[in-house]
Every structure is written in C-alpha cells, then in structure tokens.
Write a protein that binds this ligand. Structure first.
Ligand SMILES: CC(C)(COP(=O)(O)OP(=O)(O)OC[C@H]1O[C@@H](n2cnc3c(N)ncnc32)[C@H](O)[C@@H]1OP(=O)(O)O)[C@@H](O)C(=O)NCCC(=O)NCCS
Length: 274
C-alpha cells in the first residue's frame, strides 16, 4: 500500500531538474500557444474554489491579449527544455516589481516548474527590492504556492469589481522604496505611498468631462509620520476605506487642483493593509 506514493515521489524527481527550466522573452509568435496553455491552466481553477459565475482573469484565453500585453509588461515563456509549458508576466518600475500573471500547463503542474519560474524571474531583476503580486481570495491553490516561495500577505487589493484579492509581497534586503508623504510634489509618477486615512469628505456627484458619466468623488486625508496629503477616491473606493485604516497606493501620481496637492490612484492599485 505504500508503493504508489513512493513511485509518485521518484517520478517527480526524475521528470524535472531546475536546469531543465528556463525563461525566454515572449514575442507575438508565442501568443497562440500562451493563450492555449493559459486557458487550460486557468480552467483548472474550477477545482480550487473558482466561483461558478466567474471565468479566468482578463484575456486568459485570448491570443490577442497576450500580444497586446507585450507593449506594457515583460512577458516570458516558461520553457521545459525546448517546450513551452507556461507563461509569466511582470511589470517592473525601477526597484518595484509586480508579478502580474503566471500559469503552468496542467500536464506539467505540481512538478516545481512554477516555483522555479518565479525564482528565475526574481533573479532576472536584481535591482528590484520589493516584489508584489495578487491572487483572488477564493483561490485555494495559490496561497500555499506563494507562501512556500516566501511571499507574505500584507493586505487586500480591490481593483477587480467581482472579488477582492490577497496582496502579497516579498522584500529583497532592507531598503524601503516608499515615498514619504511629506516629500510629495506636483507631477510625481509611479509613487508607492503608505499611510493612514484620517478623514474623509462626504461624496459628491460629478460628471466625467470625457464620457459625461455620473461619478462619485471624495477627498480623504492620508498621513504618515512626515506629512499629510489629499487622496482622491472614486466610486467604490469611498465606501471601502475607513477612517483609521492603513492603506498603500501603488503606481500613484500627484496633481494640483485649485492649488491643493492631490494623490491619485488612476490605473495604479489601492491596497488596504492588514
Ligand atoms: C499556481 C501555479 C502557477 C503553480 O504552478 P506549479 O508548477 O504547479 O507549482 P509548483 O509545482 O512549483 O508548486 C509549489 C508548491 O505550491 C503549492 N501547490 C501547488 N499546487 C498546489 C495544489 N494543487 N494544491 C495545493 N498546493 C499546491 C505546494 O505547496 C507546492 O509544493 P509541493 O508540490 O512540494 O507540495 C499553477 O497551478 C497554475 O498555473 N495554476 C492556474 C493559474 C493560476 O492560478 N495562476 C496564478 C494566478 S494568481
């Protein structure tokens, strides 16, 4: 009765050596194959908590999505010798890296390939001192996967409409790349800011100049031990943030409105910290 598990262990050791795995930069010609593998990989989420009314992440089955993101992200094919067995996509802004997506062919899952790919991506960018990534709350498989790789959950990401995501990070060394609030000036980009919400205005209705859509906006006061800034909140973000709550803005930017300095989230990320 112990024969089967022992065989399974020895097969696992035989099929994969770390040196068999490598990352090659993806190009347009890989998009069909990446979409095919991604579709099959994310479909297996049905066994790991995927709610029935939700499909995979944006573009998970679309070759044109994997072509389009080549313009915005560093995209790699995960190779097992000469075969593409997965993909990993990262967004690097100076010393901050975000692993935006990883998937492994279901025929090759649980052989250590995903772990090796993440370690290799971290080695590729030695300048990065802070790595982040998100994973849906419902996902039962990714939590042990990322935690085994040394990622810690620091809070929750709220950019997806349908669910919240666990926000993980791994620090390399001790350097902090947070911008102190007291040093903010108009026109800054790609800001990583942490602070506490100390007040929040009543929401106000405004109309988008571009789309004429009705929007709700609120100003929040955000402080750290160096200063205070106005954080502009839109729509669902207003209810989400509580006075006294600690938050992080990733890829935020500053503007000035009627002479008041504002921190904006825009296409960046809003994280509520634990
Ligand atoms: C998540 C994913 C990339 C992992 O890739 P992988 O190559 O199978 O992972 P590894 O073999 O390196 O697993 C490393 C560890 O993660 C954990 N893990 C991986 N798969 C698991 C599973 N099905 N159940 C529980 N733990 C699991 C285990 O701790 C495992 O170590 P062990 O095998 O020694 O127990 C792969 O399952 C996948 O493509 N999933 C679908 C897409 C996806 O969810 N991507 C992440 C989006 S946030």
């Amino acid at each position: 009765m112990y024969g089967i598990p022992l065989m399974a262990i020895s097969v696992k050791v035989l099929v994969m050596k770390t040196s068999d795995i490598s990352l090659i930069e993806a190009s347009e010609i890989d998009s069909e194959q990446l979409a095919n593998i991604s579709k099959r990989a994310f479909e297996t989420d049905a066994e790991y908590g995927l709610p029935k009314n939700i499909q995979g992440p944006p573009g998970y089955d679309s070759p044109s999505f994997y072509t389009k993101i080549l313009r915005f992200m560093n995209s790699f094919c995960i190779m097992f010798n000469d075969e593409i067995v997965g993909g990993i996509m990262v967004n690097i802004k100076d010393k901050h890296g975000v692993i935006e997506r990883i998937f492994v062919d279901p025929n090759h899952m649980r052989k250590g390939i995903g772990s090796v790919a993440i370690r290799q991506v971290l080695e590729k960018y030695p300048e990065v001192v802070l790595w982040n990534l998100g994973t849906p709350e419902w996902n039962l498989r990714t939590q042990p996967f990322y935690e085994k790789l040394g990622f810690n959950q620091i809070g929750w990401e709220h950019s997806e409409e349908k669910f919240r995501g666990r926000w993980y990070e791994k620090r390399i060394g001790t350097e902090s790349i947070l911008t102190p609030i007291g040093t903010l000036k108009d026109g800054m980009r790609n800001l990583l800011i942490e602070g506490e919400i100390v007040e929040k205005s009543q929401p106000r209705m405004v109309r988008s100049k571009r789309t004429r859509e009705a929007l709700t906006v609120s100003n929040a006061g955000l402080t750290d031990n160096t200063g205070r800034v106005v954080l502009v909140l839109w729509g669902d973000q207003i209810k989400l943030l509580k006075i006294g709550g600690k938050i992080r803005v990733e890829e935020g930017y500053t503007t000035s409105y009627n002479g008041i300095l504002q921190l904006n989230i825009g296409y960046g990320r809003l994280i509520t910290l634990n």
